[in-house]
Design a binder for this molecule. Structure first.
Ligand code: TMP
Length: 237
């Protein structure tokens, strides 16, 4: 496999083509962004930590029957992935109230959400990733209704797998965001799963151990990511 030209650079990752038209190299950078790119900083070791964290989680999901784009770790900061045709939609499941849900609906942070909620957001920084529903997605043709149904089912299936995984490590999976794409007609999990795209609280103390430490200027961002990884048994070296 040969890495060729840069295809796309997002806020925290870049992707490169390879000699295989169905495969890409995903590079995890140290760049850390919040508030749709309004706050950006370089955090030492983040690329490596998120690359290895993502590989660990994607392999757990794949083993549980959730199709993912992940193929192999290539280096500290690079992974080989399937090239998907991405849907421009972020799928969010929330087990506990936090973040934009609290702001939008006046809900107190920390409330258990039973059953968990499901929300979708349009990936569009200029618009601030607005919340959208199935009807908007169908009307504007952002994705096929049946693909959205599958993405929703896979997002909930991910919850079953990851809630238990994090619980066993003394962590509460508060909420998370997934992105899906199509590979040979099949809906497949793409992008990444790392503490950048979820909320994780220590079960006992409710200490925030995810990107809210960066958003809220709490410090110790990568140290918290590494602590989560160590509890899961991930080797970052
Ligand atoms: P929110 O509370 O800001 O709506 O975020 C819900 C979850 O989704 C939280 O774990 C952070 C994640 N998320 C992203 O990773 N990227 C995004 O662009 C958005 C809107 C949310």
């Amino acid at each position: 496999m040969e890495k060729r030209e840069a295809l796309y650079a997002g806020k925290a990752k870049s992707v490169y083509t390879t000699d295989d038209p169905d495969r890409m190299v995903m590079v995890f950078r140290d760049d850390t962004s919040a508030f749709d790119g309004k706050k950006v900083e370089q955090l030492d070791r983040k690329g490596k930590v998120n690359n290895k964290f993502n590989a660990f989680i994607m392999q757990k999901l794949e083993a549980a029957g959730i199709p993912t784009h992940f193929e192999a770790l290539l280096s500290d900061t690079e992974s080989l992935v399937k090239r998907l045709d991405m849907m421009p939609i972020e799928c969010v499941v929330r087990n506990v109230a936090a973040g934009s849900l609290c702001r939008r609906l006046g809900i107190e942070e920390g409330l258990d959400l039973i059953p968990p909620t499901f929300e979708m957001f349009l990936k569009n920084d200029a618009l601030g990733d607005p919340m959208v529903n199935e009807s908007h997605i169908a009307t504007f043709g952002w994705a096929e209704p049946e693909h959205i149904e599958t993405a929703k089912a896979l997002t909930f299936k991910t919850n079953d797998v990851l809630k238990t995984l994090f619980d066993d490590a003394g962590l509460l999976l508060v909420d998370y965001k997934l992105e899906f794409g199509l590979y040979q007609g099949q809906v497949v999990l793409g992008d990444e799963f790392s503490p950048d795209g979820c909320r994780l609280w220590d079960k006992q103390t409710r200490t925030k151990m995810d990107k809210d430490r960066f958003r809220q200027g709490l410090g110790g961002v990568i140290e918290a990511y590494e602590e989560v990884g160590h509890r899961l048994g991930i080797d970052f070296d």
